[in-house]
Design a protein around this ligand. Structure first.
Ligand SMILES: [Mn+2]
Length: 273
């Protein structure tokens, strides 16, 4: 599986210093996983995007160029951040390569649709994707939300964006929620999935910028991932906001590595089909 490191932290408004170490920490933590949970041997071809921490715009251009070339060549690539602002450029590339009804599922505690910054940061990337018509609001699904700013709530409601909160997941059950997510996502022409590691509860992923209590367990996230892997339109993914400088015994990097390993099984399955 193609894994592309994007060691960028400058899209985090100064609050994400340390996430540039995330990609290497995640890759390093994969070495103790001998197999995926369905007995595939994980194998990664790692490359990276060179970033300029002082220049968000030129870095965004480089991310788009690299992501477009990777996505044209192969399905199943996973991009490792870095702060969540990289998803703006990654989805831009995704939508330019997969032009027919592209859709995204974002696992995140947050909606990232707050203040309108230019260029987009990790606090407003969803706002930018919708405002710039890169992705239709009808093909966006958020999962794991649990701390919406009133402006974000208004934004989600105004654009009729589908989102499932942690409370929805707890009350309705993860089976109900994943069925609803898949019923919608299966009709996307192509699917991109973004994992902000803060969708996990801080007990499972303490090494990230914003600790939001009441999140998913690692097992629950893997449940969602194993189900989603059945969607053949899933083209690419990212894992972002892992911050080794805030981590505890590499828990967060290891959880992200486990996620990466399970995603690699998806690629193997697609290649066999
Ligand atoms: Mn987040």
């Amino acid at each position: 599986m193609n894994v592309i490191k994007i060691p960028f932290s400058a899209g985090g408004l100064g609050k994400t210093k340390g996430v540039e170490e995330g990609p290497d920490a995640i890759i390093a933590a994969t070495k103790d996983f001998f197999s995926t949970e369905d007995d595939c041997v994980p194998s990664f071809e790692v490359s990276s995007v060179s970033v300029d921490q002082s220049n968000l715009e030129s870095t965004n251009e480089r991310i788009v160029a690299k992501a477009e070339s990777v996505m044209k060549e192969t399905d199943g690539a996973v991009f490792l951040g870095g702060d969540h602002s990289i998803t703006y450029s990654l989805v831009k590339a995704f939508a330019s390569v997969h032009t027919t009804n592209p859709g995204i599922v974002i696992f995140d505690a947050h909606a990232d649709a707050c203040t309108d910054f230019s260029p987009p940061t990790h606090e407003d990337l969803l706002l930018a994707l919708v405002k710039e018509n890169i992705i239709s609001s009808a093909t966006i699904i958020l999962v794991g939300i649990r701390n919406l700013h009133p402006d974000e709530l208004e934004f989600l409601q105004r654009h009729k964006i589908t989102y499932y909160t942690m409370k929805d997941i707890a009350n309705e059950g993860k089976e109900e929620i994943i069925d609803a997510v898949m019923a919608k996502a299966k009709d996307f022409g192509s699917l991109y999935v973004s994992f902000d590691i803060d969708v996990l509860d801080p007990a499972f992923a303490p090494g990230t910028g914003y600790l939001e209590p009441g999140g998913l367990s690692t097992r629950e996230l893997l449940f969602f991932v194993h189900k989603l892997r059945n969607l053949s339109n899933w083209k690419a993914s990212d894992i972002v906001e892992v911050n080794p400088s805030k981590d505890v015994r590499d828990l967060t990097a290891t959880a992200a590595a486990k996620l990466l390993v399970e995603l690699s099984s998806n690629t193997i399955k697609n290649e066999v089909q």
